[in-house]
Ligand binder design. Structure first.
Ligand code: GLA
Length: 393
């Protein structure tokens, strides 16, 4: 196979120095939909992700090529419109790193940098549209690559995570929370990330689950409805917060509420269900953090199963394919737990499985899923991996 540098040269011509950067995808194994509700999420970065091979320029031009983006090089100058959908992510990062008039919270990844343009070649090892955060990986790898000549290894990864979230919210127009960008930027080899989204503080838990493996499972169902339903859930949670605040004016976020508050508030049936999931999931996350410390795999698995049930019946973001996949996975040999991961409505699920049973697990779940849906699932045995970084190849 050609090296990334050879592929780069074929598009942009040979010569000059190139650097290669990598940002992983992520899975969330507990706490989905808690990030924009002020809760805590449990995630890790994946071995698969997005590579950016970069040659810096000094004329302010950003040129972008993606193996999955057709045969065109997209050329972008500051302030120009971006018509190619995928290029809005990296072009937005460039705009926000450089734009003097952009909202800025101070610090490093702020306005007015001496970022001077680049030729970039993107290569992805993440499955397409699978909900493993390929867009966050694309943003973060671009921000890291563009800032690298200025800051080297001193780049503040939390800050680029915040910047990339702003890009996605305001430039691309997707109303995501902070979970994906943080997980992709900060991931640590062999560790699980515990991120409190109410103040963006975080710690790591050593994966320490010897004898167990994480298996990501792809429904291969395209994410129809994902965005509209995602926005609908966000709106419902905002409605819940406003109603809860009538009796609890100091309540900061839905994830900080409790059952008694829900009972005392006037909530429509749907809004009540969404809020109930949020409150219960936050409690599961707290329980899971304690279980991780003890290495209590059975409890972690049970919490994952309960989480899927909540996402299915209360938050209602799963769908037939994710339900079939998780139900098969929960019953399969060696499994302790399985749940959908990410926004839902198709995409991927994640299971925790006894290492010695992984082959049998994959065979059995694949067969049940095919029988139930007529579709083939894909499986990836994954380990918690490092976040964004410079790589040699
Ligand atoms: C998407 C969003 C995240 C998060 C998840 C659900 O991945 O980008 O911010 O809300 O959905 O947990």
């Amino acid at each position: 196979m050609d090296s990334l540098r050879e592929k780069f040269s074929r598009v942009y011509g040979a010569g000059g120095e190139t650097e290669i950067f990598f940002a992983p995808g992520r899975v969330c194994f507990l706490g989905d939909h808690l990030d924009y509700n002020g809760g805590t999420v449990l995630t890790f970065a994946l071995p698969m992700g997005v590579y950016a091979t970069v040659r810096y320029r000094n004329d302010g031009v950003l040129r972008l090529f993606s193996e999955r983006g057709g045969n065109n090089v997209v050329e972008h100058r500051l302030g120009q419109n971006v018509e190619t959908a995928w290029a809005r992510y990296p072009a937005g990062v460039y705009e926000y790193l450089l734009g003097q008039d952009r909202p800025c919270e101070g610090g490093m990844a702020c306005a007015g940098y001496n970022v001077s343009g680049a030729d970039v070649y993107y290569h992805s090892t993440l499955p397409i549209g699978a909900g493993l955060s390929s867009s966050a990986a694309l943003e973060i790898v671009t921000a890291f690559a563009l800032l690298y000549p200025i800051y080297g290894e001193q780049i503040d990864k939390s800050e680029i995570a915040r910047l990339c979230k702003r890009v996605e919210n305001r430039f691309v127009g997707v109303n995501c929370g902070i979970m994906d960008q943080f997980s992709v930027a900060l991931g640590r080899e062999g560790h699980l990330l515990i991120l409190d989204c109410s103040d963006e503080s975080y710690t790591f838990s050593e994966a320490g689950l010897e004898g167990w493996v994480w298996v990501a499972m792809n429904t291969n169902v395209p994410r129809a409805l994902r965005e509209s339903k995602y926005n609908e859930r966000r709106a419902e949670c905002e409605t819940a917060l406003n109603a809860l605040r009538e009796k609890n004016p100091s309540l900061r976020a839905p994830a900080h509420a409790d059952k008694a508050m829900l009972d005392a508030a006037e909530l429509s049936p749907n809004v009540r269900k969404r809020a109930e999931y949020v409150v219960e999931e936050q409690a599961r996350v707290v329980e899971c953090i304690a279980a991780l410390k003890r290495g209590d795999v059975q409890t972690i698995g049970r919490l994952m199963n309960e989480s899927h049930a909540g996402l299915q019946t209360l938050y209602e973001v799963t769908g037939r394919h994710l339900d079939a996949l998780c139900s098969a996975a929960q019953k399969a040999p060696g499994a302790v737990g399985a749940r959908m991961t990410g926004a839902g409505f198709g995409g991927c699920a994640i299971a925790l499985v006894a290492a010695e049973a992984q082959t049998e697990f994959i065979r059995s779940v694949g067969e049940s899923y095919l029988q139930a849906t007529g579709m083939n699932a894909d499986f990836y045995v994954v380990r918690p991996s490092a976040g964004v970084r410079r790589v040699d190849e």
